[in-house]
Design a protein around this ligand. Structure first.
Ligand SMILES: Nc1ncnc2c1ncn2[C@@H]1O[C@H](COP(=O)(O)OP(=O)(O)O)[C@@H](O)[C@H]1O
Ligand SMILES: [Ca+2]
Length: 499
């Protein structure tokens, strides 16, 4: 082998080594870009929904490192807490904390040990606690302190327990729905973050026990700042109309209806209740009826005195009575009013109606959608049935729910049509639904996404834009080096056939 051949041999070896290294670098770079180097760890997060009638713990999961994409956070499980909502424990606050332990234990068992300490947990209380706060601040604080104490005993990343405002409750419900439907942003096949074309967003109709919320993106900007939620998600601004009506949740509305019928009746007994079924009777104390800040107390009365309601299965009278719960005449934003003088722009787009809306319409066989005439005739037929028939036809349904379906269906129809102004033309835009993509619809997911920064305020493209360019340049140089190595090796081989 001559001197020239040795030189060529050395140069060839160096170039081949560079080529191999470039090839390895290229593979590693591509793998890293596609997040292929390690299977992503699953991360967990929890939200406790402390509602007025009931508490539920939601466990969510998502692949670590992919949190910017929409739709990647999904529900693992929901645990229903035994017993009533936490506000009912006002006379015995430690029992509110105690009530959560079974669900916390079960959820802890569902999360791998290594992932527990990094799993955020939030508790949000809604209208039941808002009402208790109005009635007795000290009791409300004690209940919140006790639930906090209990959650802190668990090996999770406790992020706080607080009472949500009605605006937050409405806005987070809207975020949940549109996140699950991938309305905000999509990761395309080409690997780009895109804002979905058409920009269709779904509205949220939430019927709780003590408050009800409506949230949607109106055609025109929201005129009343007190009913607007300004959100910045993935670099885009959203102005969402949202309003929460305290005391217009299903259970408080049912109570206000009873009080209306009682007071109209001049306290003579028994009180005819047109929304209750024939032969059904219900006896309550005046304290049961008047113990809520949603009920106006006129004069003094003996709270131990009992009142009996007697059903009359009269849907027409039921509707008349239900309408008295609303004031449709007051409006300083005419014609943009819902009821009670509250500003509301015209409803826009499709809506998901969940929580008690869903339970009621599902019970009547009207979920997820039924034409308006069918809805009206179904409600009327059901309301006309006597109690024995209703019980016989629905043996598995809890009596506490069964007794109210006629009244609550009429209440919801009045709220939707005369309150929010849904009519024949857009009735079919409402979907009575409980879940999207195996995840319950409600404020909890939106709350966690927002508080855990799982939805960044800026567009991921803007965040990673520079990195994308650097990555492209890197790949280009590696490929170029590889190409050059091959060319040099080919030339060397061509010059010395013995090589
Ligand atoms: N199976 C059911 N049938 C009818 N209504 C139900 C059913 N399950 C729950 N609900 C109702 O759903 C509502 C849930 O409200 P909740 O979240 O506890 O209150 P809030 O959101 O006002 O704090 C209550 O009115 C409750 O009665
Ligand atoms: Ca609720």
């Amino acid at each position: 082998m001559g001197k020239l051949a040795v030189k060529q041999y050395l140069v060839g070896t160096v170039v081949a080594a560079i080529g191999c290294m470039s090839l390895i670098a290229l593979i590693l770079t591509l793998a890293k870009h596609n997040n292929l180097e390690l299977p992503p760890d699953i991360q967990y997060g929890m939200v406790i929904d402390a509602g007025s009638t009931h508490t539920a713990l939601y466990l969510y999961k998502w692949p670590g490192g992919k949190e910017n994409n929409t739709g990647v956070v999904s529900q693992v499980l929901v645990c229903d807490v035994e017993g009533p909502g936490i506000s009912s424990y006002a006379p015995d606050p430690p029992a509110a904390g105690q009530s959560l332990t079974t669900c916390l234990d079960d959820t802890e068992a569902a999360i791998p040990t290594s992932q527990r300490r990094s799993a955020p947990i939030y508790l949000g209380a809604t209208a039941g606690m808002r009402l208790l706060q109005m009635q007795n601040v000290t009791q409300a604080e004690r209940v919140m302190d006790e639930v906090t104490k209990t959650i802190k005993k668990y090996p999770f990343d406790f992020k706080g327990a607080r009472i949500l405002s009605g605006t937050e409750e409405g806005a987070y419900g809207w975020i949940t729905i549109n996140y699950l439907l991938e309305g905000f942003i999509k990761y395309s096949f080409e690997g780009e973050w895109l804002k979905p074309k058409g920009g269709k967003f779904l509205g949220a109709l939430d019927m709780g026990g003590s408050s009800t919320q409506i949230s949607f993106k109106p055609k025109d900007p929201v005129k009343d700042p007190t009913s607007a939620a300004h959100l910045r998600l993935y670099g885009f601004d959203y102005s969402v109309y949202t309003h929460s009506y305290l005391c217009y949740g299903k259970d408080q509305a049912m109570k206000r209806l009873q009080v209306y019928l009682l007071e109209r009746n001049n306290i003579s007994q028994p009180v005819t209740h047109p929304c209750y079924h024939q032969d059904f009777t219900l006896t309550l104390t005046l304290d049961d009826l008047y113990n809520s800040p949603c009920i106006e107390k006129t004069g003094t009365f003996d709270s131990k005195v009992s009142v009996t309601f007697q059903g009359s299965s009269n849907p027409i009278q039921c509707l008349v009575a239900v309408k008295t719960l609303f004031n449709f005449s007051d409006c300083s934003f005419a014609p943009d009013c819902a009821f009670n003088g509250v500003y509301q722009p015209p409803v826009n787009g499709n809506f998901f109606a969940f929580s008690a809306y869903y339970y009621t319409f599902d019970f009547l066989g009207l979920a997820p959608q039924a034409p308006l005439p069918q809805v009206n005739s179904t409600i009327e037929t059901f309301c006309k049935k006597d109690w024995a028939t209703v019980k016989a036809e629905h043996p598995g349904v809890k009596e506490k729910y069964l007794l109210d379906y006629c009244a609550s269906a009429n209440y919801m129809m009045t709220l939707l049509q005369e309150g929010y102004k849904f009519d024949q033309s857009n009735w079919n835009n409402i979907f009575f639904q409980k879940k999207v993509a195996d995840t319950d619809i409600g404020w909890t997911l939106g709350y966690m996404l927002n508080l855990s920064s799982l939805i960044p305020p800026e567009h991921p493209l803007l965040i990673t834009g520079v990195q994308q360019e650097q990555w492209a340049a890197g790949v280009f140089f590696i490929v170029f080096a590889l190409f050059l190595s091959i060319v040099v090796i080919v030339i060397l081989c061509a010059w010395n056939p013995d090589y």
